[in-house]
Ligand binder design. Structure first.
Ligand code: PLA
Length: 426
């Protein structure tokens, strides 16, 4: 039998090539580019000023402690994961003094980072919640609709971002949630909205809370950036804590990928806040029924690192300092990029006796107003393709750039690329 007929006879020969993932595919393309000036601002992964991935010092210390502790074994964890990790994770997001925790109304299960926590929560809702529609912000992280659809929920958008103002479409948001059927699930980014970097103010959160509670809408928080928005873990959890303080129910998915730099360890948690301890305990028993046939039980290493750090006062304090330093470096990148684009706007060329204004058209103040890991630049697909082709700058086609991937040395190159893209493509 010839090689080609082997190929034709494959039972998988009908399988078509799937497209690369819109975010992780950017890294695939970046890795293939041999040009040394290349810059990856696609995936939201923190880099140092030297452009290197960062393992937090506190993580190295915790790992050392784990390695040195001969009593540690590699047994299976329970289906819901490491108990210390779950307790500490709930306190981190809901607050150490949360009454919901004190009243045992919260069940927390360790999951595979933020994505796995969202998926387990979604599967639970599809099985046990009466309303199967989930409203997600427009735009949102590209994986959200896929996760919820595959879990069996039906996904609808609510207005969130106004491209004209490059800010929150608060009126649109209130109208769309106001028109949602009572009981519908609403996905909320706890802080540092991805991709827009635009969050409601605390006052606006309060209005969203009142509207949602009055209509019986169920909040599902995605908390992938706690500490990354403001540099403060408590400040970044305010939205979630407002909803829990009113005694109502909600879900929250947490990720330690960004704030502890544990990307590849896949460590996260799903919490469900219930009305009573009895309900919480039954909910937990059903979460186990979701998890057991999916991946049986979660991995031990990453969760052990987190549990060690969260339980030890010194390590915890050291973590908050390192976290703040990451958040501050991102804020300083915003300032540097903004200044570089402004400087181009201010650049005057003396040509004969005429002064010609050479500027990067547009108002770039959103770069410093937006928060968290990303800037939603407003650059369109063609401009992004131009920057990748001509300047070897890699970013998602929606114009999002990861500020965490930028460093001072690369700012002029990025500003040049944006300038050229805006000047040559409308
Ligand atoms: N939720 C939001 C809003 C996210 O932005 C991300 C990651 C996750 C959940 C999931 O993260 P985890 O599973 O790794 O904990 N978003 C990244 C990476 C940083 C990605 O797309 O997977 C991004 O570049 O948008």
């Amino acid at each position: 039998m010839s090689a080609s007929s082997d190929h034709q006879d494959s039972v998988f020969s009908h399988v078509v090539q799937a497209p690369e993932d819109p975010i992780l595919g950017v890294t695939v393309a970046y890795n293939k580019d041999p040009n040394p000036i290349k810059l990856n601002l696609g995936v939201g992964a923190y880099r140092t000023e030297e452009g290197k991935p960062l393992v937090l010092n506190v993580v190295r210390r915790a790992e050392q402690m784990l390695v040195n502790d001969q009593s540690r074994v590699k047994e299976y964890l329970p289906i819901i994961g490491l108990s210390d990790f779950n307790k500490s994770s709930a306190k981190l997001i809901f607050g150490a003094d949360s009454t919901a925790i004190q009243e045992n109304r919260v069940t927390t299960v360790q999951c595979l980072s933020g994505t796995g926590s969202l998926r387990v929560g979604a599967e639970f809702l599809a099985r046990h919640y009466h309303e199967h529609t989930i409203y997600i912000p427009q735009p949102t992280w590209g994986n959200h609709p896929k996760i919820f659809n595959l879990a069996g929920l039906s996904v609808k958008p609510y207005r969130y971002y106004n491209p004209q103002t490059r800010g929150l479409d608060f009126q649109g948001l209130l109208e769309d949630l106001g028109a949602a059927p009572s009981g519908a699930i609403v996905l909320l980014h706890a802080c540092a909205h991805n991709p827009t970097g635009v969050d409601p103010t605390l006052d606006q959160w309060e209005q969203i809370r009142q509207l949602m509670r009055s209509k019986g809408l169920l909040p599902f928080f995605d908390s992938a950036y706690q500490g990354f928005a403001s540099g403060s873990l408590d400040a970044d959890a305010q939205s979630v804590r407002m909803f829990v303080a009113d005694g109502g129910e909600c879900l929250a998915a947490q990720s330690y990928a960004k704030n502890m730099g544990l990307y590849g360890e896949r460590v996260g948690a799903l919490s469900i806040v219930c009305k009573t301890a009895d309900v919480a305990s039954r909910v937990e028993s059903q979460l186990k029924m979701v998890i057991r046939p999916m991946y049986s039980n979660p991995p031990i290493h990453g969760a052990s690192i987190v549990a060690v750090i969260l339980k030890d006062r010194d390590l915890y304090n050291e973590w908050t300092v390192e976290l703040k330093a990451m958040a501050d470096r991102i804020i300083s990148m915003r300032k540097q990029l903004f200044d570089a684009l402004q400087a181009k706007g201010m650049a005057y060329k003396l040509l004969f006796t005429l002064v010609i204004h050479v500027c990067t058209p547009g108002d770039w103040s959103h770069i410093i107003k937006q928060i968290g890991m990303f800037t939603f630049t407003g650059l369109n697909t063609e401009q992004v393709a131009f920057m990748t082709r001509e300047y070897h700058i890699y970013m998602t086609s929606d114009g999002r750039i990861s500020m965490a991937g930028l460093n001072s040395r690369k700012v002029p190159h990025l500003a040049d690329a944006i300038h050229a893209a805006v000047a040559s493509i409308a």
